[in-house]
Design a protein around this ligand. Structure first.
Ligand code: GTR
Length: 324
């Protein structure tokens, strides 16, 4: 090869090589199946990243627990074996104390209140708190309100829950919340709940409309009581180890794309909630909607005291309550 052609070929190869070295397919975990709003949100974010980086970066979402249950994907993300994970905030409660704040019972007054808090400085502060624990909090996603369901009987009052074995998320706060209602709290990974309900190991669980439906829990635990005791959001985090290896420009790219995935996710969420409710009711679940929530809130109130012992957490709660 003539020398000039050779030099040109080498320049082209070098350019390709440096591009290849800096480009990456990022692995994201989600417990939900393909098509669930959280999965679609991260797929959408990946499309934005691919477009905006000229195809240099991509995200591949491993949905349906392919990379493990939420506690496992959190740990894998911390060590950098998984790049991103989308989980509920509750499995972070024992890891990042600030994540307990939006997980408190009867804290948010409405979806608008929740959005006002999460979209503002308090939301930023809670996301920033992940960093010292090995994660970069990228964004929150909607998860509606969680309500109680069980295989045994309709729930109308706190007394109706007495003695029932209720599966909870793997969080001490959730254990305390359910025990405060007089039920027995059984922490279990999400993927084990359907079998545990079917075999009678547990009597019930709690979740939002889309998860109650998507998981098929409603086919076994047919009494759904709209207690709406908690509006704990979902969170998307990146491994800090992975983040630290990104250029400042790529970090901005990820933050911006995560942010831009929120509005479409909220639209998908609203649609999905409505569809799930229709499907659950059509599937024959017995829904108790006329519940006086005040005794539930009163029974659960002591968990605020117990888990918000640190002044900085109490201050966040106070600011949330004062947010219009
Ligand atoms: C769902 C949430 C999941 C998972 C699940 C659970 O609402 O989207 O990430 O945390 O609840 O109860 O385990």
């Amino acid at each position: 090869m003539p020398r000039l052609a050779m030099a040109m070929a080498m320049t082209v190869m070098a350019a390709c090589w440096s591009g290849a070295a800096a480009s990456k397919e990022f692995r994201a975990a989600d417990t939900h199946p393909d098509g669930y709003p959280t999965v679609q949100a991260v797929v959408h974010m990946g499309q934005l990243i691919a477009e905006r980086s000229g195809g240099r970066h991509r995200i591949k979402v491993f949905h349906s627990r392919q990379l493990g249950e939420e506690e496992e994907t959190i740990e894998q993300t911390r060590v950098g074996a998984i790049d991103l994970t989308r989980v509920n905030l509750a499995p972070f409660n024992n890891v990042v104390p600030e994540s307990m704040v939006p997980s408190l019972p009867f804290l948010f007054r409405s979806v608008d209140h929740l959005h006002a808090v999460l979209d503002g400085p308090i939301g930023e502060e809670i996301l920033a708190a992940f960093e010292k624990h090995g994660f970069i909090g990228l964004t929150f996603y909607d998860s509606g309100a969680r309500s109680l369901y069980n295989t045994r009987r309709p729930i109308r009052t706190v007394e109706d829950l007495k003695g029932l074995r209720i599966r909870v998320l793997q969080s001490d706060l959730f254990v305390a919340m359910i025990e405060a209602l007089g039920a027995q709290a059984i922490p279990l990974p999400y993927g084990e709940v359907l079998t545990a309900l079917s075999t009678g190991i547990i009597d019930g669980a709690e979740n939002n409309w889309p998860s109650y439906e998507e998981s098929r829990h409603f086919t076994v635990a047919r009494h759904y009581a709209l207690t709406e005791h908690v509006m704990v959001p979902e969170v998307l985090v990146m491994s800090k180890t992975v983040w630290d290896g990104l250029s400042a420009e790529d970090q901005t790219l990820f933050r911006q794309a995560a942010h831009d995935s929120v509005v479409p996710m909220r639209r998908l969420w609203r649609e999905r909630e409505a569809r799930a409710e229709t499907a659950v009711r059509a599937g024959g679940a017995a829904v108790v909607a006329d519940i006086d929530k005040r005794p539930f809130a009163a029974a659960m109130a002591p968990v605020h005291e117990r888990f918000m012992a640190e002044p900085r957490l109490r201050d966040l709660v106070r600011r949330i309550q004062q947010t219009p």
